[in-house]
Design a binder for this molecule. Structure first.
Ligand SMILES: N[C@@H](CCC(=O)N[C@@H](CS)C(=O)NCC(=O)O)C(=O)O
Length: 242
């Protein structure tokens, strides 16, 4: 593993895996995988960038044959993402979002209304523990736009219909005063951003899965975020390295 140096405040053209990209004075360190494909990594990264929570970024190349050893240097769980807050290690994307919500109650990481918050947690947990057929059939590849498929096996199609229904229902019920699921960007949007990427890459026509235009517009909202562009640019920069 390249232990590398520290890149200060870097949004550099040249990037390396295994290096620490540092924001001066950042309290957190976020260990992530490849930006093109590491869907779990995108969730906390997007939330932290969007809400301007500063962090040092450590990238592990999951295509390196020795990646498992490299992750183990950061987490015995052997998975990314991992958040280091001082000497506290928080592994697992959803646990990281919950920890950040505890640490930064002023940032509105979950919706402030208790009913909305309960639903936000339900749909986030449903994403976190479900949609395996969709995840297996349509791995995230944020830079790919031409993998459209006209048909999917039934379990995958059922997942797509369920995601569309969740987005439509949530937007209609809680999203009237903004463009995100609960109007304002929240942890639920962070959890679904990689799902949006999958649908964008693989599903040409969401109307076939019940969309009345809400799901399509929501994907556009997520991909219109400058932070998503920053992530995709990072993915592009990594491609030359892998
Ligand atoms: N439930 C975990 C899943 C994490 C996960 O599967 N991460 C993948 C990368 S996206 C990983 O580390 N894969 C390496 C491996 O399984 O060896 C979370 O939410 O953080």
């Amino acid at each position: 593993m390249s232990t590398g140096g520290i890149i200060r405040n870097g949004r550099k053209n040249t990037i390396r895996f295994g290096e620490v990209e540092s924001m001066s004075g950042a309290h957190y360190r976020l260990v992530i995988g490849n930006k093109n494909t590491s869907s779990w990594s995108l969730r906390p990264w997007l939330l932290m960038r969007r809400l301007a929570i500063e962090f040092d970024e450590i990238r592990i190349n999951l295509r390196d044959p020795e990646y498992a050893e490299q992750i183990k240097a950061h987490s015995p769980a052997g998975k990314v993402p991992v958040l280091w807050a001082g000497d506290l290690m928080v592994w697992d994307s959803l646990a990281i979002l919950e920890y950040l919500a505890d640490k930064h109650p002023d940032l509105g990481i979950w919706p402030s209304d208790m009913t909305a918050r309960a639903i936000a947690r339900c749909i986030s947990a449903e994403m976190h523990s479900g949609f395996q057929p969709l995840r297996e059939a349509c791995p995230m590849s944020i830079l790919s736009t031409s993998r459209h498929q006209d048909e999917f096996p039934d379990p995958v199609a059922a997942n797509i219909r369920r995601v569309v229904a969740i987005w439509m229902e949530t937007r209609k019920r809680f999203g009237k005063s903004g463009r995100f699921l609960f109007s304002k960007f929240s942890a639920a949007d962070a959890m679904y951003a990689p799902v949006a990427s999958r649908l964008k890459t693989y599903v040409p026509e969401l109307a076939a899965y019940g969309d009345d235009g809400t799901a399509k517009a929501y994907i556009d909202t997520l991909f219109g975020m400058p932070e998503m562009t920053e992530w995709a640019n990072g993915a592009q920069a990594e491609m030359s390295l892998t």
